[in-house]
Design a protein around this ligand. Structure first.
Ligand code: MBD
Ligand code: FE
Length: 284
């Protein structure tokens, strides 16, 4: 039996919050505060909320329910989840509007730096009995001018066949389904893994409570997360998706783009599937 089915929102939330705090601390301690910019953005955010209260005639009952819910988001450690699901897609849109190469999409709350190195055609760290369809993913990393980028790094992380991420759900080995490939002298890579399952955000935490109360659904389509980087090029953060998935049109995180679709085919060797996808990086 796989213990990850006992995953609790408060545990994965606490892990996501702690990992984010560590990453922020590791970055050279923040720049100078731009008071004018903070004033501008914070004033707009406060005004947007006040406008909603006035326009929608929000009651004390609703205000207190909102207050209780916000407190719970913090208690459950779900600020990373809430922000990455409902806001990051717009930040990504702004950040990458000028890219000529690959479309990117959001990073989400479950990236970890420093995953194990794998040869250019190697297998992702996984359990001996890792459930799921074997999946071979190959392609090339290129610059926008078409030249291959040998030595490019590809970081891949994804959920397992039950939709859980290692280091965030319990019962999974460290670095399970997380690895870093180095493209070969032709810029090519060949990744051996298993297909991830669709991902349901935790239903027992604050975000789940909101979804339930609003009559929404909690699903993201199955996806592979990538970071692709090469010297002199902008790092690409992307996700790739599978045709036919039930939630491509209504991803709760609004992170699906037509340019990010895979086209898996049966593996001629009879075991699982193969697919091909090339990454194109913008110059810095
Ligand atoms: C995920 O796996 C994810 O990729 C995003 C964006 C949000 C929540 C969970
Ligand atoms: Fe994800």
């Amino acid at each position: 039996s796989h213990q990850e089915t006992e995953a609790r929102a408060a545990d994965s939330g606490a892990n996501a919050s702690a990992r984010f705090r560590e990453r922020m601390a590791a970055q050279s301690a923040g720049g100078v505060v731009d008071t004018e910019r903070v004033n501008h953005l914070a004033s707009r955010a406060v005004k947007a909320l006040n406008d909603i209260v006035l326009e929608e005639q929000v009651s004390y009952e609703e205000y207190n329910a909102f207050k209780a819910w916000l407190i719970r988001v913090g208690e459950d450690g779900e600020w990373p989840l809430f922000l990455d699901v409902w806001l990051e897609h717009s930040v990504e849109e702004v950040a990458n509007a000028d890219r000529e190469g690959n479309k990117g999409t959001i990073e989400g709350p479950y990236y970890l730096e420093g995953s194990p190195e794998v040869p250019w055609n190697g297998t992702i760290p996984m359990r001996e009995d890792e459930p799921g369809t074997p999946f071979v993913f190959s392609g090339q990393v290129r610059a926008v001018d078409g030249s291959p980028l040998p030595g490019a790094k590809l970081e891949l992380w994804h959920a397992d066949d039950l939709g859980f991420y290692s280091q965030f759900a319990p019962g999974l080995p460290e670095w399970n389904l997380r690895g870093t490939w180095t493209a070969n002298e032709d810029g090519n890579f060949e990744i051996h893994t298993v297909r991830p399952a669709p991902y349901q955000i935790p239903t027992d935490g604050a975000c789940g409570q909101l979804i339930e109360a609003a009559g929404w659904h909690a699903w993201r389509p199955a996806h592979l997360h990538f970071k692709v980087h090469a010297p002199g090029h902008h790092k690409l953060t992307a996700q790739l998706y599978f045709p036919g998935d039930e939630h491509l049109e209504d991803d709760i995180a609004s992170a699906v783009k037509p340019e990010l679709m895979l086209d898996p085919q049966p593996n001629p060797n009879g075991e699982g599937e193969v697919t091909q996808y090339d990454f194109v990086l913008d110059p810095e």
